[in-house]
Design a protein around this ligand. Structure first.
Ligand code: SF4
Length: 374
């Protein structure tokens, strides 16, 4: 499939870091397992919306290299049902063109429906690694811009929805059509021009760099992260003499924490890149590949099973109760309510979060602290 240089799915990146477009173009396209799985889920959703058949009816069918199973059918149904519940006639996999604002810019909106002056763009996200917000989501705003621009009826409001079934997440955002045009003129147009300027600038940021293909080797990001770490310490000459000499104080820890996610993500990207380099026969000074930990396996599972049944009888097999989530999936939506009284959700273990996190603060239980110490 032909991709636009100023693709909507990368809009946050090129609008933040103009140099990312030319730098990423020097890296080969590599489709991860998760991306391929997402492509299959999208293809299944398209088939269901076009045929108006439920995803379950495609179970066992191979779609884009993946055989549709119960789980995929269950998750895709959430998106298909959401699209089918919208008023008006929708278009599926609609090509949207926003090249009036970003040179050569086009994309494909998963589902788009215009009804009574509202242009609603719905996007399926099949991943479960990062919860995607619809709030001022540049990708959806560009899709809505293209859809609204090509609409043959007047649009006064745009609505954008992300359906991320594997995280049970549906998020919507609306704004007036005139405000979307304002954003396109004031933000998208200048950002697109910066990309094609003679010497585009690098502008590292956690969100822009997160999925950038250049992340592991980008010098601007490496420099930024190095400076970010140093900037956590007020006085580098005499950093820790004032309070406890050899330990970080709470202010220094507090300064470091907000930067950790970006630093960890970057460090993992560099490690992954180094691993790939050696796997492909490259040389990395002072580093080599060694065999990792492995687990014992039966040489022949069938022979082992027969022998173990003779020796251990019933104890040769273990059976385990399915989890509430697995039970609900096996029962299907219609019958999932029958087991609601059988499960409860205990409080999760206390997790570190910034003050801005919308969840209320919890007090650590004394018993937790003791078990941790043990
Ligand atoms: S890693 Fe970050 S700074 Fe470097 S090109 Fe990509 S987005 Fe820009």
């Amino acid at each position: 499939m032909k991709h636009s240089q100023l693709g909507a799915s990368k809009a946050h990146r090129w609008m933040t870091c103009p140099a990312s477009v030319s730098l990423e173009a020097t890296f080969p396209d590599e489709e991860s397992f998760y991306a391929a799985e997402g492509t299959a889920a999208h293809a299944l959703a398209e088939m269901c919306l076009k045929s108006q058949k439920p995803p379950e009816s495609y179970m066992g069918v191979e779609v884009e290299g993946f055989v549709v199973d119960e789980l995929m059918a269950y998750f895709v149904a959430m998106y298909v049902d959401f699209c089918n519940s919208q008023e008006g006639k929708g278009t599926i996999e609609q090509r949207v063109d926003y090249s009036d604002w970003a040179d050569g810019g086009f994309g494909t909106a998963d589902y788009c429906v215009i009804n009574e002056g509202i242009c609603h763009v719905i996007d399926l996200k099949y991943g479960q690694g990062v919860k995607v917000s619809a709030q001022r989501n540049e990708q959806l705003m560009l899709y809505a811009l293209g859809a609204m621009h090509d609409a043959d009826e007047p649009v006064d409001t745009v609505q954008m929805t992300i359906v991320q079934p594997r995280l049970d997440h549906i998020d919507s955002y609306s704004l007036a059509a005139k405000d979307l045009y304002c954003w396109a003129n004031e933000k998208v147009k200048p950002a697109a021009r910066r990309v094609f300027a003679p010497d585009p600038a690098f502008n590292p940021s956690p969100k822009a760099c997160h999925f950038c293909k250049a992340k592991a080797t980008c010098r601007a990001l490496a420099k930024h992260n190095y400076e970010l770490t140093l900037s956590s310490f007020d006085n580098l000459e005499e950093p820790l003499l004032v309070q406890v000499p050899h330990t970080l104080n709470v202010d220094e820890i507090g300064n470091l924490l907000p930067k950790m996610d970006a630093l960890i993500g970057w460090a993992q990207g560099v490690q992954k890149h180094a691993h790939k380099l050696l796997m492909e026969g490259g040389i990395l000074p002072d580093y080599k590949l060694v065999a990792g930990r492995s687990q014992r396996k039966w040489v022949d599972e069938q022979v082992a099973e027969e022998s173990l049944i003779q020796i251990l009888g019933d104890k040769a097999h273990v059976s385990k109760l399915v989890s509430p989530a697995q039970a609900e999936k096996l029962l299907g939506k219609a019958k999932a309510g029958e087991v609601t009284d059988l499960w409860h959700k205990p409080d999760g273990r206390p997790t570190l979060a910034p003050d801005s996190d919308p969840r209320p603060a919890v007090k650590p239980e004394a018993v937790d602290l003791f078990s941790e110490i043990q």
